[in-house]
Design a protein around this ligand. Structure first.
Ligand code: HEM
Length: 167
């Protein structure tokens, strides 16, 4: 059975690498290059396409993290129902990790389903002609950047908690 548990852990790690590596690549490589290469509305349209594509990969990775994370916990004999009042360090760290995962899912939803589509609609309609719409789109873009960076930092915190779990 060892190879099965190793395979489950392997999928958990690969999904974490894909999910967080993709975000780091977007924030530290793709966005800075586009910032210098394209004017704002066109950039939003391109980033929307990149975001839509990455959303498919990202939600799949998140789903795999939840399924394989649950199996990891089963292997360690985690009592899920009493996790909020866990006495062991392992249980407390896992609970903190799961709370952060819940926030990450909420922020990912807010970014991908609410802010992103709204910015894309404004960029396609206004295209810089309506100063009010353009100002609103820029505000949304700033908010969306804050949400993305917060999301990335929370994911880094999740990996730190994961590292504490497997000490
Ligand atoms: C953003 C989501 C997540 C990320 C980035 C993440 C990342 C990681 C990483 C990098 C490890 C270390 C793996 C190892 O060395 O074996 C780990 C371990 C673990 N993860 Fe996650 N994880 C996530 C979500 C979850 C979820 C939703 C659960 C539970 C439902 C979970 C449960 C666990 C458990 C129990 C371990 C420890 C395994 C052990 O004790 O051997 N994870 N996670």
């Amino acid at each position: 059975m060892d190879w099965v548990w190793a395979a489950i852990r392997w999928v958990h790690l690969l999904a974490a690498i894909t999910w967080i590596g993709g975000q780091i690549f977007l924030v530290l490589v793709v966005l800075p290059v586009l910032r210098g290469a394209l004017p704002s509305p066109q950039r939003t349209l391109l980033v929307t396409q990149l975001g839509r594509r990455f959303a498919v990969v990202g939600w799949l990775a998140l789903a795999l993290l939840i399924v394989t994370g649950f199996l990891n916990g089963e292997r360690r004999g985690v009592a899920w129902e009493s996790l909020p009042v866990a006495q062991s360090t392992y249980g407390q760290v896992l609970f903190a990790k799961l709370c952060l995962v819940a926030v990450v899912i909420a922020l990912t939803f807010l970014h991908g389903q609410v802010l992103g589509p709204r910015m894309a609609r404004l960029a396609a309609q206004a295209a810089g002609n309506d100063p009010q719409a353009e100002a609103y789109r820029r505000r949304l873009a700033r908010l969306s950047a804050i949400v993305s960076v917060t999301n990335l930092l929370l994911n880094l915190a999740i990996v730190y908690l994961a590292a504490r779990l497997v000490l």
